[in-house]
Design a protein around this ligand. Structure first.
Ligand code: PBG
Length: 322
């Protein structure tokens, strides 16, 4: 037989030699939920193993992340006060700003990325300023720039705007450059879909919209060409990294970006993807560890250079065992 593909599958050694994609600890970003207040360490019901921490309780988590050599964390703040516009997001003493200073002081090697958005900070739960029952793009972008600068001044290593407002990357880039933060990179949530897979996160971060949905700013899951358009705009506006979110149901989009853009591609393995594997694992219906590794590997194979995942610590432990 001329073509016998099984020849190169015979032993683990030859399989190692011809293996095309590998998941490594270097690929991982671990999200953290930091809540304003004291003595808080609260399990998130729909995300087993993931907690909300107040700053005074977060050290053990950061020790573990550092010991596992996970390169980066992505911060989400949960403030004690919300308002119409989310003014607390640009308070230089806000919870995220405090967290950045705390981490950079105590864990200088850990790379700190901040989620730049408003939904955890607005009383209505939408990702910006509401005018006529919808999020006002321009007013929101002005506030996004204020929030970004406040994170930058606190010492963030990278910012990641997730609100899907048009023109965000350009506005933030200009604001950063005008304040001297030329070297601070931006990871765009470039192709972010309006997805039911965010359900558990909204419990975790207290960020569900109190009216309507996010369909006027997040993308329609039916659209693929539009994803290219979104990524093109972020690329032209100077996003340093392009992200696709969610990941598992959008592997085709990850591959589109990998094939068409000369920038690192990230994907966000979101809360619902995590919750499904955890739930089936708890029931004993799947081999949780194997499914976790296989699904993250599929994101690498699709073209992701970076994976933001709640599984980061568990994946790192599995990889260290090998
Ligand atoms: C919005 C934001 C969301 C997530 C990250 N940033 C939720 C949303 O758009 O409603 C979702 C992450 C996840 O589901 O894990 N700031």
């Amino acid at each position: 037989m001329i073509n016998r593909t099984r020849r190169l599958r015979k032993t683990e050694s030859i399989r190692r030699l011809v293996r095309e994609n590998k998941l490594t600890i270097d690929d991982l970003i671990y999200p953290l939920f930091i809540e304003e207040g004291e003595n808080i360490e609260k399990e998130i019901k729909s995300m087993p193993g993931i907690k909300r921490f107040s700053l005074d309780r977060i050290s053990s988590e950061l020790d573990e992340v550092s010991a596992l050599d996970i390169p980066a964390v992505l911060l989400f703040g949960i403030p004690s006060e919300k308002d119409d516009t989310g003014t607390e997001t640009w308070n230089d003493n806000g919870i995220v700003q405090q967290a950045i200073r705390f981490i950079k002081k105590n864990y200088p090697k850990l790379y700190v990325i901040t989620d730049v958005c408003f939904c955890e900070y607005t009383s209505h739960g939408h990702c910006g300023v509401i005018h006529n029952k919808d999020v006002d793009n321009e007013a929101t972008v002005v506030n996004l720039a204020k929030q970004t600068i406040s994170h930058a001044k606190a010492g963030a290593d990278m910012v990641a705007p997730s609100g899907m407002m048009d023109g965000t990357i350009l506005a933030i880039r200009e604001a950063l450059d005008n304040t001297g933060f030329y070297d601070l990179p931006i990871m765009g949530y470039s192709v972010k879909y309006s997805s039911a897979f965010y359900g558990p996160f909204r419990d975790a971060a207290d960020s569900a919209p109190t009216f309507g949905d996010r369909k006027t700013y997040q993308m329609d899951p039916s659209n693929r060409d539009e994803g290219m358009r979104e990524a093109t705009f972020d690329d032209m506006e100077g996003a340093d990294i392009l992200m696709v979110k969610p990941a598992l149901s959008y592997l085709d989009i990850i591959r589109d970006l990998k094939n068409n853009f000369d920038r690192p591609i990230a994907c966000y393995n979101v809360s619902g993807e995590y919750a499904m594997i955890k739930a089936a694992g708890e029931k004993g219906w799947i081999d949780e560890e194997a499914v976790m590794m296989e699904s993250l590997l599929s994101m690498k194979r699709a073209g992701a250079d970076i994976i933001i995942t709640y599984f980061a610590k568990e994946v790192a432990k599995v990889l260290l065992k090998r």
